[in-house]
Design a protein around this ligand. Structure first.
Ligand code: FE2
Length: 224
């Protein structure tokens, strides 16, 4: 992706997030120079992978296949191993209308995906095969939506209106997109490592390759 495109997406995304009254933490607004001044003290932000994150899943067609994310907080691998401590993470994301986040599952992370406002969030669901990496096309999927179970056939879809959420557990394949408008999405999850815990059905990249065609507006997690 061109840096100029990333800068534009970032400014639009920030405005969309703030239009719902969601206030971002201070490090969201650090310029490149501020980052340089604070970097020595900002190790926890860097290590946890907090901040701006844009992905086109390596396909180069962000409008069709992509996601805009800001990681607000993220716990520690060591705590996860110990089974106590900071085991949680929070993200705020934008899935644009008809913009696909492709089919994937996680092995470690359970995640609540929350429609925080805008259009309808549609999520397609499968179990992963019990003895393979593919989609289980026979087993129905039951997920919890705001405390109530919802069951769909393999490949079935649930639609979340603003305020609604779903809990996705490890090995549950999911793909999602916005319908009827762009969607502000909250994510509350287990400690999250995007370098190791995203298993895509089709082999995709998670972070974009960036062409530096103009100055950086805000650093992405990938730039740290
Ligand atoms: Fe996911």
């Amino acid at each position: 992706m061109n840096r100029s495109t990333i800068n534009e997406i970032l400014k639009e995304g920030q405005a969309f997030i703030e239009s719902f009254g969601y206030v971002l933490p201070p490090f969201a607004h650090w310029t490149v120079d501020e980052w340089a001044a604070k970097k020595a003290q900002a190790g926890a932000i860097i290590d946890a992978g907090l901040g701006w994150d844009i992905t086109d899943y390596g396909l180069g067609t962000f409008e069709e296949t992509g996601l805009f994310l800001f990681t607000v907080r993220n716990g520690l691998e060591a705590d996860l191993k110990a089974g106590k401590g900071m085991l949680y993470a929070e993200k705020i994301m934008i899935s644009r209308q008809d913009q696909l986040s492709p089919m994937h599952y996680h092995l470690v992370k359970a995640e609540d995906i929350i429609n925080r406002g805008g259009g309808t969030l549609v999520i397609e669901l499968y179990h992963r095969e019990a003895d393979g990496e593919g989609l289980d096309t026979s087993r129905e999927v039951t997920v919890m939506c705001d405390g109530m179970p919802r069951t769909v056939q393999a490949g079935g879809r649930i639609a979340l209106a603003p305020g609604e959420s779903v809990t996705l557990l490890p090995k549950q394949y999911h793909a999602f997109w916005g319908e009827g408008g762009d969607v502000l999405i909250g994510e509350v999850s287990t400690v999250n490592d995007d370098n190791t815990d995203n298993y895509f059905l089709d082999k995709l990249g998670r972070f974009p390759t960036i062409v530096e065609d103009e100055p950086i507006h805000r650093l992405l997690v990938k730039d740290y």
